[in-house]
Design a protein around this ligand. Structure first.
Ligand code: COS
Length: 394
């Protein structure tokens, strides 16, 4: 996408969800980003370049905790939200590059041994190692417990067999956080997590998957792939919960990415409607346009408030925030799709021209309603949670 040389909006940083540290991150980033530009014609090369650039400029330090080379004592959801919102406003691929470092290494931050943390996290924070999260399978997307990839224990470690698909950063990652069944009969309670270096014999990550908004994505094949006992991440059979806890952190940040894209589409709509001449006035002079802009602004604010609440709760309350993260992810991604669609409609024929910012955003936003838990999964999570409160007390 063409880089945007205007500053992303920052007035929302005055909201009480944020501390001064967050305001500083938001303002610095909003100043820094418009000066950056990477040729994104080749998504794999561009993604590597964004990781290096974000690492060299200290931004990736927010994807790990302080003890591992980060900035905050623990992963700070509000920092992640501010970063992703700004990055997505500027370039959805830059946001992708940032986000995958955190998602791919989040389970190490949550459950890694001292050695695992030392071997991976400082390199994730500097951009020297690219991370990836390998959970989905051809027959196990929303239904994680249905995964078929196996990890059979032997004297030396584990042998992995199976296929993972739609793996972001697949093919450019230095290591994968892989979820596999150590007990095939135990459903979600039989899944364990493993750290697998990309060059491990028996792992083939060469099959790219091409999608409507290009970003590095691949299929992973494990064929008698031996990993040592030290590759086990967290407890045996603790993989499902570890995956869900990692998603709890990053789902609110997906909401923020959607928010950034919606804010960008809105900025494009304002710029276009106030300059486009039609019937001897500007597009913005029409009440129809004003009503649309009003609707877009409200959809954006509704998404923002749910997103910031989820991040603030995770940072400040000592409780699970699965429901709030699900509400934020569902609302922000669905609202962003509507806002972007309205912005594109306002642009008329220009909006569908390849290369138009709104055309790009229209494709970029679509997968966010699917990955890291589709809208339907978020509805299910929220529904189960409110029923549990109603039946057993909140
Ligand atoms: N944190 C901690 N524990 C969690 C948890 C969370 N966020 N979510 C679930 N658990 C625990 C449950 O408490 C339960 O524990 P017990 O076995 O001790 O009772 C266990 O995990 C199983 O939970 P549940 O019964 O809710 O699991 P389901 O198989 O019904 O699946 C959904 C739940 C559908 C919500 C889950 O599979 C999911 O989120 N799917 C989408 C996955 C996804 O995002 N894929 C994209 C991959 S990344 S691009």
């Amino acid at each position: 996408m063409s880089t945007f040389h205007s500053r992303a909006p920052t007035t929302h940083l005055a909201l009480p969800f944020f501390d001064d540290a967050h305001r500083e991150i938001g303002n610095c980033l909003a100043d820094w980003l418009p000066k950056q530009s990477i040729d994104e014609t080749d998504d794999r090369r561009a993604c590597r370049e964004w990781v290096s650039l974000l690492g060299a400029n200290q931004w990736l330090r927010y994807s790990v905790a302080k003890a591992d080379g980060g900035v905050f004592e623990k992963l700070d959801s509000r920092a992640l939200v501010i970063l992703r919102e700004n990055l997505a406003f500027h370039s959805p691929l830059a946001d992708f590059a940032f986000a995958m470092q955190g998602l791919g290494s989040g389970a190490i931050t949550l459950a890694g041994t001292k050695e695992q943390r030392a071997n991976y996290l400082p390199h994730v924070a500097s951009g020297k190692k690219i991370a990836a999260f390998a959970l989905s399978e051809p027959d196990a997307g929303s239904d994680v417990a249905a995964m078929a990839t196996s990890a059979a224990e032997n004297e030396d470690g584990y042998v992995l067999n199976g296929t993972k698909t739609w793996i972001s950063n697949g093919g450019i990652a230095d290591f994968y956080c892989v979820f596999a069944k150590t007990n095939p009969d135990a459903g979600s309670r039989g899944i364990s997590a493993f750290l697998v270096d990309a060059k491990t014999p028996g792992l083939d990550d060469s099959q790219h998957i091409h999608v409507m908004s290009p970003h590095p994505l691949a299929l992973l094949k494990f064929t008698n792939c031996d990993v040592p006992k030290t590759a086990l991440l967290g407890e045996v059979s603790g993989g499902f919960k570890l995956a869900m806890q990692t998603l709890d952190i990053f789902r609110a940040s997906v909401a923020a990415a959607a928010l950034g894209m919606a804010r960008r589409a809105f900025a494009e709509a304002i710029a276009w409607s106030t300059t486009r001449k039609m019937f001897k006035q500007t597009l913005a002079d029409f009440q129809l346009t004003q009503a649309k802009l009003g609707e877009m602004a409200t959809l954006i604010d509704a998404a923002a408030l749910l997103t910031y609440r989820a991040a603030w709760m995770r940072d400040t309350q000592d409780a699970r925030t699965t429901r709030e993260a699900a509400m934020a992810k569902m609302t922000a991604t669905e609202n962003a799709q509507r806002v972007i669609d309205m912005a594109l409609q306002m642009h008329g024929g220009r909006g569908v021209e390849v290369g138009a910012v709104v055309e790009h955003l229209y494709r970029d936003i679509r997968s966010l309603r699917i990955y890291e838990g589709a809208t339907e999964v978020q509805q299910l999570i929220v529904g189960k949670s409110v029923l549990a409160d109603a039946l057993y007390g909140g």
